[in-house]
Write a protein that binds this ligand. Structure first.
Ligand code: HEC
Ligand code: HEC
Length: 357
């Protein structure tokens, strides 16, 4: 008995030996990793290979979770039930998530969020121009409901946790922003699973060649990994900044020059069509209907001249009040989502159209 074991282990040792020999004859060193910086390599894969803990991961222990169900909840407002039998209740009677959030990349340079670039990119890519941040790259973010949102919702249950917990942010938005029912665990995980289909890829970061080389080197030799992580993270924002305008603009007569400014007019038209009409067109998300008729523009101008809460200056910066679950409300545009100059462009467009120009 003993004898035969010895024999076997001897054979085993010999074959390992053969294996080693053939390995050492390979021309290059054995790589410690197979990951390379390909265009389609997920950013998170590179970062975790460099030693960063992967955040925002889907919990594998919840039944009934899928990215498809997440997509259905986001785009349609319902999905198949957890056990596959029938459909869930509508998440919100007022909104789909896509009323306020894009799901595609919405700025050209992910490291530089700037309202005018965002508008130009929206025109180029034919995207809506909305108050919420895109779901593209959201799993690559570390904090949510940033800056002034924390102040706005101060004291509201769930806002504190939403800051660094993506699940809490999803739940918070479902009830506070979408004004709908609370999400079940498997629904939150499914939405998260959908978010992962929108994670950033290496090509999204527009790394320079020498940066790529440095990162690749760190992946191979596991040296300078902190530098490599920084190089990656410098190319995208890990949070969506949100600052509300401090001072309200007011109705003042426009000068001839302002009224006839072609750039302003075009900007304003795009904001109206990609922003305001996204919700107010064809009564999609609001009973206050707007279209391309002179009447719509006259109405908006009249509200603006009165300078009350429904002036375009006020409504854009403050939105309307929300009563949890009770009714649709309009979220405000932070400066990162619409600049003061753009708001003035919108006014210029509205006034021109109201004058029948
Ligand atoms: C009525 C508008 C509206 C609707 C509908 C809406 N959201 Fe939001 N959501 C917002 C706004 C405004 C914010 C503020 C932070 C931001 O996106 O920059 C936000 C924030 C979030 C955040 C945190 C994003 C960040 O980077 O700070 C998540 C996650 C989120 N929403 C998920 C959802 C999901 C999922 C749905 C659908 C169930 C949904 N939202 C529906 C307006 C809305
Ligand atoms: C995400 C959807 C959404 C977007 C985008 C949006 N709104 Fe609204 N808005 C609403 C909702 C919802 C209300 C609340 C009224 C209602 O229940 O129909 C509202 C209310 C208003 C009101 C008040 C109406 C009244 O009763 O006096 C005005 C004015 C208005 N919006 C103008 C605008 C303008 C101008 C834009 C573009 C800069 C815009 N909205 C973009 C959803 C939106």
């Amino acid at each position: 008995m003993k004898q035969s074991i010895k024999k076997i282990s001897l054979v085993a040792l010999m074959s390992i030996g053969v294996g080693l020999v053939s390995f050492t004859t390979l021309p290059t060193a054995i790589p410690t990793t197979t990951l390379d910086l390909g265009d389609d390599t997920p950013v998170w894969d590179v970062l975790s290979q460099l030693g960063k803990i992967k955040m925002n991961q889907v919990d594998p222990n919840v039944a009934g979770v899928s990215a498809q169900r997440g997509a259905d909840l986001i785009f349609r407002g319902y999905s198949a039930e957890q056990d596959g039998e029938g459909k869930t209740k509508l998440q919100s009677p007022h909104f789909k998530c896509t009323a306020c959030h894009n799901t595609k990349q919405e700025v050209r340079d992910l490291a530089d969020i700037n309202a005018q670039d965002r508008l130009e990119y929206a025109i180029e890519q034919d995207l809506p121009f909305l108050q919420g941040s895109t779901f593209h790259g959201i799993v690559n973010r570390a904090t949510f409901y940033n800056d002034d949102y924390q102040k706005k919702y101060n004291g509201v249950e769930g806002i504190r946790n939403s800051f660094n917990d993506i699940r809490a942010a999803i739940r918070f938005c479902a009830t506070e922003c979408a004004q709908g029912r609370a999400l079940e665990d498997w629904e939150v995980e499914s939405i998260l699973a959908y978010f992962w289909t929108k994670e950033l890829l290496v090509k999204d970061l527009k790394l320079k060649e020498d940066e790529k080389q440095k990162i690749n080197q760190s992946l191979k030799d596991e040296k300078n990994v902190a530098r490599a992580i920084h190089l990656m993270e410098d190319h995208y924002l890990r949070s969506s900044p949100a600052h509300f305008s401090e001072q309200d603009m007011e109705y003042k007569p426009l000068t001839e020059g302002q009224l006839n400014d072609k750039k302003s007019l075009e900007n304003g038209k795009q904001i109206y069509e990609r922003g305001c009409l996204h919700c107010h067109g064809e009564q999609k998300y609001s009973f206050f209907n707007l279209d391309d008729s002179e009447l719509s523009f006259k109405q908006l101008l009249k509200k603006t001249k009165k300078n009350d809460r429904s002036s375009i200056y006020k409504i854009t910066r403050h939105g309307t009040y929300s009563y949890a679950g009770k009714k649709a409300y309009m979220p405000q545009y932070p400066l990162e989502k619409m600049s003061d100059a753009q708001l003035q462009d919108l006014r210029v467009y509205i006034e021109n159209k109201a004058l029948g120009n």
